[in-house]
Design a protein around this ligand. Structure first.
Ligand code: GLU
Length: 445
C-alpha cells in the first residue's frame, strides 16, 4: 500500500478498532486502488481518502414495539447516509439479528461505490435493524416496521434519502413502510423503492438483482471465450437474488445444482426443479429442506452449502456477507469452480478472496455484479418522478445496458492501469475514480 493509504487505514483502525467488517471493506478497497493513488498524488493534498472513510451522517435509534403477547420489545435501528455526492442517499434496509454499526458502515461504503458504477444520479446509504423477522407473525413484523419508520421518516425523503429492501426486507415490509410514512407525511410514492408494483413499484425490480448477476456472469464468461451452456452452477441463498439468478441461469442453459437457506442446502446433480423452490421460498415462507418432499432424489445438507463437496464450474454466493471462508473457497477450487460472481454484498472473507486470487478464479465483486438491483431502484425513482410506469421489457433492456456498462467500466479501468483482467480491481478503481473526481469538483465539503 502507498504510505498515504496505509496512514489513513491505520488511523481508521485506531479510531474504530472493533468495526471489523467496515475495516475489512476499506482495506480490500484500498489495496485495489493503489495504482490510482500513485497516478494522483493530489488526492492526498485533498484528503480524498480521509473524507471517503467517514460517512456524511449516521442515525442510530431505539425501536420499541409490542409483540403478540403484549410484551415490549426493543431493537436498534440504523441509517448510514454515506454519500450524497451524486444524488439522494440510496440503499437498502436490512432486518437481521447480525445488523450492527460496523456492518451498516461497511455496506453503506460498498453501496456508495456500487451506485456510482450504475452511472445513475444516486448517492450511497444503508440502514437496518437487529430485528429478526424469522418466527415473527405478520402482525409483529408490521408493528416493528411501523415503529422503525416512525423514527426513520424524520431523515428520509424522495430528494434526500430513498431506502429500499435488503435481507429480511421485501415487498411486504416496504408496503408497511410506505403506509406508515404516508400516515405521518404526505404521499410516500417516491420515498422508497422496491415497492409492490400495485403501489408504484417498478416492474422487474424484484428480479433485477438476480438477473443483473447473471448478465454480469455472461459477460465474464464471454470475455473468457466461454458460455453458460451446460455449466454446473452452485447458488447459495433462496431469496429474490438467488432465486431469480437461478431462473435466468437455467434459461440460458446452465444447470442450477444447489440453493440454500440459513439452516440447510439442497443439492440435485441433474438440476433443481425451480418451480418447487418458487413455491416454497418465493410464494411461501417455508424451509428449503421441504424441497425433498417433492423431489426425494435430491440431497439436503444441514449447515453451510460451501462445506459440501459438489462438482461445479461456477459459484454464485447470494446469501450474506462473509458466507465463504478460506477453507470453503479452497474446497470450491478443488471441486472445479473457476468463476465466482457475487450476488450477496461482501460474501467472500479476506482469506477466501486470497484463495480465489491465488487459484486464478475469476471473481466478480458485488459492487459491480449485484448493482442491477439498485440500478432498477433508480429507474423506479425516475418512473415515480415522471408519474408513469414502463413495461417490463423496457426495464429489462435498461438493466441489460447498465450491466454491460458496468462490465465495460471494469475492463477499461484494468486497461488504463495495465492490469490483467481483474474484475475486483476494475470495479474498485472505476468507482473510486468516479467518486474521487466528484469530490474534487465539489470542493472541500
Ligand atoms: N439492497 C440492495 C443492494 O444492496 C438494493 C438497494 C436499493 O435498491 O436501494 O444494492
Amino acid at each position: 500500500m502507498t504510505t498515504y493509504s496505509q496512514r489513513v487505514y491505520q488511523t481508521l483502525k485506531d479510531k474504530y478498532p472493533e468495526q471489523e467488517d467496515f475495516l475489512g471493506a476499506v482495506e480490500e478497497f484500498f489495496q485495489a486502488i493503489q495504482p490510482v493513488l500513485e497516478a494522483h498524488p493530489e488526492y492526498e493534498d485533498l484528503a480524498i481518502l480521509e473524507r471517503m472513510v467517514e460517512p456524511e451522517r449516521i442515525f442510530i435509534f431505539r425501536v420499541p414495539w409490542l409483540d403478540d403477547e403484549g410484551k415490549v420489545q426493543v431493537n436498534t435501528g440504523y441509517r448510514v447516509q454515506y454519500s450524497s455526492l451524486n444524488g439522494p442517499y440510496k440503499g437498502g434496509i436490512r432486518f437481521h439479528p447480525t445488523v450492527n454499526l460496523s456492518i451498516m458502515k461497511a455496506l453503506a461504503f460498498e453501496q456508495t461505490f456500487k451506485n456510482s458504477l450504475t452511472t445513475l444520479p444516486i448517492g450511497g446509504g444503508k440502514g437496518g435493524a437487529d430485528f429478526d423477522p424469522k418466527g415473527k407473525s405478520d402482525q409483529e413484523v408490521m408493528k416493528f416496521t411501523q415503529s422503525f419508520v416512525t423514527e426513520l421518516q424524520k431523515y428520509i425523503g424522495q430528494d434526500q434519502d430513498v431506502p429500499a429492501g435488503d435481507i429480511g426486507v421485501g415487498g411486504r415490509e416496504i408496503g408497511y413502510m410506505m403506509g406508515q410514512y404516508r400516515r405521518l407525511n404526505d404521499a410516500a410514492g417516491g420515498v422508497f423503492t422496491g415497492k409492490p408494483v400495485l403501489a408504484g413499484g417498478s416492474l422487474g425490480r424484484t428480479q433485477a438483482t438476480g438477473h443483473g448477476v447473471v448478465y454480469f456472469l455472461n459477460h465474464v464468461l464471454e470475455a473468457a471465450g466461454d458460455s453458460l451452456a451446460g455449466k454446473r452452477v452452485m447458488i447459495s441463498g433462496a431469496g429474490n437474488v438467488a432465486y431469480y439468478a437461478a431462473e435466468l441461469v437455467e434459461e440460458l442453459g446452465g444447470i442450477v445444482v444447489s440453493l440454500s437457506d440459513s439452516t440447510s442446502a439442497v443439492y440435485q446433480p441433474d438440476g433443481l426443479d425451480l418451480n418447487i423452490v418458487k413455491e416454497l421460498k418465493i410464494e411461501g415462507r417455508e424451509r428449503i429442506s421441504r424441497y425433498l418432499e417433492e423431489d426425494p432424489e435430491a440431497k439436503n445438507f444441514e449447515g453451510s452449502l460451501w462445506d459440501q463437496d459438489i462438482q461445479a464450474d461456477i459459484a454464485l454466493p447470494c446469501a450474506t456477507q462473509g458466507e465463504i471462508n478460506g477453507d470453503q473457497a479452497q474446497r470450491l477450487v478443488d471441486n472445479g469452480v473457476r468463476y465466482v460472481v457475487e450476488g450477496a454484498n461482501l460474501p467472500c472473507n479476506k482469506e477466501a478472496q486470497a484463495v480465489f486470487k491465488e487459484a486464478g478464479v475469476q471473481r466478480a465483486p458485488a459492487k459491480a455484479s449485484n448493482a442491477g438491483g439498485v440500478a432498477v431502484s433508480a429507474l423506479e425513482m425516475a418512473q415515480n418522478s415522471m408519474r408513469l410506469a414502463w413495461n417490463a421489457d423496457r426495464v429489462e433492456e435498461k438493466l441489460q445496458a447498465i450491466m454491460q456498462s458496468i462490465f465495460d467500466q471494469c475492463l477499461e479501468a484494468c486497461k488504463k492501469y495495465d492490469l490483467d483482467q481483474d474484475y475486483v480491481a476494475g470495479a474498485d478503481i472505476a468507482s473510486f475514480e468516479n467518486i474521487a473526481e466528484l469530490m474534487k469538483l465539489q470542493g472541500v465539503i
